[in-house]
Design a protein. Structure first.
Length: 358
């Protein structure tokens, strides 16, 4: 497995793949020898130059380069493209020229791949497919909630308002700095149509806002179900989902900031929250209308999906086995216990490795 692009998503994908028992990272590609390139080398990942003409820059920075990115692509069974939005589509010709299957990220248009992918919702659609797009962080979060609701109750209509962070912590050129922006002002936002790439027949309307924050996205959901249900039954259903954490009352987690503290205190690498975080006390039902709030960590919730997409494309195992394996070796899963994490040993092991490497 090769990773083209070693930034916010790429470094997390590489570590997640490296943790799996049936996968190996054969290299990562970077455009420049910045701090992330040095970190990749410290972690033992072979380095390739994404722009061949820049190979001398890596040598000058003390980084040994294995070769140009096309050499990595030629040697890989699959490449996960984690480059900025739009670059992945440009890279597709490179992957095609080497007959190397590739996974693209949600920032690309849906037509970059044959399938838009979410492990919980449509794993089998990606079996044996050469080009797959894992959907965005927000679409991943929505799909994880919608899939069990559709299976258990049927869904008539989804309405979602997404309060989105202005940028990731390292994106100092993003904003707003002091504003609240309808984004886009037109309705619906692009998130609803993107969810339809996973659930083509789903009725969904979405609105988006951008706020001066870097922590997480927060969704306000109203789902009209086909069956009458109780809030307690919905809560029980969501608590059974491995990639959904229903935040218990009494922990004092009243916002995204405390969620991030929760993850950091529990030893999660980079403070990542791979799970949807649903406030349990927000789950309410009026007739057939379900309401809830959930937080989505935009830097990490798509990481398990990339790992599962690899197994689907290679047809190595079925959906259930892939998701369990991914979760076990990555450390996905949070219980209601105040200590928080059901895979605490794995999380601590990853953290200790990070400290040693850094």
């Amino acid at each position: 497995m090769g990773v083209n692009g070693y930034g916010t998503i790429g470094k997390r994908v590489a570590d997640a793949v490296d943790a799996q028992p049936d996968m190996e990272v054969i290299g990562v590609a970077k455009t420049q020898p910045n701090f992330e390139a040095h970190t990749a080398v410290k972690r033992g990942y072979p380095m390739y130059a994404a722009i061949p003409e820049r190979m001398p820059l890596f040598s000058e920075a003390g980084i040994d380069v294995e070769g140009a990115v096309d050499e990595m692509v030629a040697d890989a069974d699959i490449v996960v493209d984690c480059t900025p939005s739009g670059i992945g589509a440009e890279n597709k010709a490179l992957y095609e020229s080497h007959d190397t299957p590739a996974i693209f990220q949600g920032g690309e248009d849906a037509d970059v791949g044959e399938v838009s992918f979410n492990a919980r919702a449509n794993y089998d659609d990606a079996r044996g497919v050469d080009y797959v797009r894992t959907v965005s962080c927000n679409t991943t979060g929505l799909s994880r909630i919608i899939a069990p609701l559709r299976e258990e109750y049927g869904v008539e209509k989804v309405r979602a308002t997404l309060v989105r962070r202005g940028g990731d912590p390292g994106q100092n050129s993003r904003g707003p700095i002091n504003d609240i922006l309808p984004n886009p002002i037109s309705i619906p936002s692009h998130h609803g149509p993107d969810v339809n790439t996973i659930f083509p027949d789903l009725a969904i309307d979405t609105l988006g806002l951008k706020v001066p924050a870097t922590l997480m996205h927060v969704h306000s959901l109203n789902v009209t179900l086909e069956d009458d249900v109780t809030a307690a039954h919905v809560r029980q259903l969501l608590e059974s989902e491995s990639r959904v954490y229903v935040i218990p009352e009494g922990l004092g987690i009243d916002g995204a900031g405390k969620l991030k503290d929760f993850a950091l205190d529990a030893g999660r690498p980079r403070g990542d929250l791979w799970e949807n975080c649903v406030w349990g006390e927000s789950i309410a039902v009026e007739g057939r209308d379900l309401y809830l709030f959930q937080a989505i960590h935009q830097e990490s919730d798509v990481i398990p999906e990339n790992v599962d997409a690899i197994r689907a494309m290679t047809e190595s195992v079925d959906q259930a086995e892939s998701m369990v394996t991914t979760d076990d070796y990555l450390g996905v899963g949070i219980t209601g216990d105040p200590s928080g994490f059901s895979n605490e040993d794995e999380a601590e092991a990853v953290t200790e490795t990070e400290i040693a490497d850094d």
